[in-house]
Structures are given as structure tokens and as C-alpha cells.
Write a protein that binds this ligand. Sequence first.
Ligand SMILES: C[S@@+](CC[C@H](N)C(=O)[O-])C[C@H]1O[C@@H](n2cnc3c(N)ncnc32)[C@H](O)[C@@H]1O
Length: 257
Amino acid sequence: MRWDPGQYERYSDERGRPFRELLARVPVADAQVVVDLGCGPGALTRELLDRWPSARVVGVDSSADMVAAAAEHAVPGRLEFVQGGIGDWRPAEPVDVLVANAALHWVPGHVEMLADFASWLRPGGALAFQVPDNFDEPSHTLLRDLRTSAQWRDRIGPAADRSASVERPERYLDALVAAGLSADVWQTSYLHVLAGEDAVLEWVKGTALRPVLSALDASGQEAFVAEYAAALRVAYPRQEFGTVFPFRRTFAVGRRP
Ligand SMILES: C[S@@+](CC[C@H](N)C(=O)[O-])C[C@H]1O[C@@H](n2cnc3c(N)ncnc32)[C@H](O)[C@@H]1O
């Protein structure tokens, strides 16, 4: 699946806020080595330099397009971006802070990987991640219903179903504790107020809609998007002040004693 850094960054304020709220709970004062798994277009990764001024930061992402966009934020000797897959990539040295913001839900079996991530941490180091928990909201259920409808299911196929890899918050907490970390897990529900026409569609185009569109040719994409957009307009009516888009997210921070 190809990612589009420009589309993803369209709602950068709304997408950046959970990253900052996650970092606010990371109990590490000084860090030498910081890793951002699934770093995306790199603007948020760059903020890690301010939070840990002595650290070398590496952003890792499997998408060549994202890594190319992120390269603009590179700072020689302090911040680099590499192409690599979560689950394959390994750090060359112990890590003080490992961040994965809005990335692990794309990786099936990521709960089992948490013990590995924990083993990379220096004593006192922390692992911090955030995943969406909005797969039962209309933005996803309407997409799922349309994608699996008689009209579309054979053309799109099952590869576009990625939501199964999100777990309940309790499962993340248990996994962090089992990996020998102290655990701080919580959820926040945001009521984003989005500007512009078909705002929810534009948001989803940067994430959940991507696997579906990747499975279709240009005319299929156009027809699918038109149908999906019409359903979204009913579920998320545009109001004078904007379109309200509720979004629940799960946050988890684990610290190695
Ligand atoms: C929703 S974006 C989040 C980007 C960034 N962390 C942020 O908060 O803005 C998800 C990112 O995870 C990356 N990704 C998805 N699966 C991955 C995998 N298996 N290994 C590495 N990166 C992955 C995608 O390429 C994409 O850049």
C-alpha cells in the first residue's frame, strides 16, 4: 500500500495532538537514543529533538514515500530517517525512548512484539505508543459495509481489512506488565472539528481508505469514493462551524525499572 504524506499531513494539528499528549506522559528526563517507529512524514519525529536535546533520534518507516518526505526534517548527527519494517528493524544500541504513534495498528501481531521492544530499552527507558480505537465509528463501519457489499467485495478483496490488529486497552496493559514494564494506559475521546468540504472523507483518505483505493483502478476509485462520501455526509453533517468527527484513541507508556 502506498502512503501519501501530503494527504496525511492535511490535518496535522489534530493528528499531532495525541503525539504530544503521549510524550507528556513519558517519564524519561534525559535520553541518548530515541526511536520513532512508523514515523511517517517526520515533522512530529523532529519534535523529539526538543524534548530530548542530547538525544540522537532515528525515525523508521516502511514507506519509501514517507521516508523521502521525512528526509527534509533530517538533522545531521541528530536526526535520521531509515526505511524499515516494524517487526524487522532492530536498533544497533540500547534505546532510551521508543515511540510508535498511530502506527502499530497497521502491524498484525504487534502485541506480541511489545516484549521485544521492551528488551531494547535501557534500564529507566520507556516505550510509548498510541493507536486509534474508533473502528466501530461510522467512518469505519460505512467503509466496511461498502467494501464488503455485493457490488464491491469481489473487486476489493479482503486485503483492505486492517482494523483487526487493534487490541483492547487492558490487553496492552497486560502485555506491558508481562514484559517487565510499569504500565500507564489510558484512552481519550477527541471531538475534532474539521474545516472544509467532505472533511471526514479527506481525513480517511490519508489513512483507512488507502488500502481500499489501492485495490481499485481509477474509475473504481472514483465510483467508490462518491458512494462513500455520500454516506459520510449523512453520518457527519457539515455544520456552520465545521464537521464534528469523534475519535477515541488508546495510549500506552511502559517504563523499564
Ligand atoms: C498513520 S501514519 C503515522 C505517522 C506518524 N507516526 C504520525 O504520528 O504522524 C502510520 C505510519 O506507519 C507506517 N507503517 C505502517 N506499517 C508499517 C510497518 N509494518 N513498518 C513500518 N512502518 C509502518 C506507515 O508507512 C505510516 O507512515
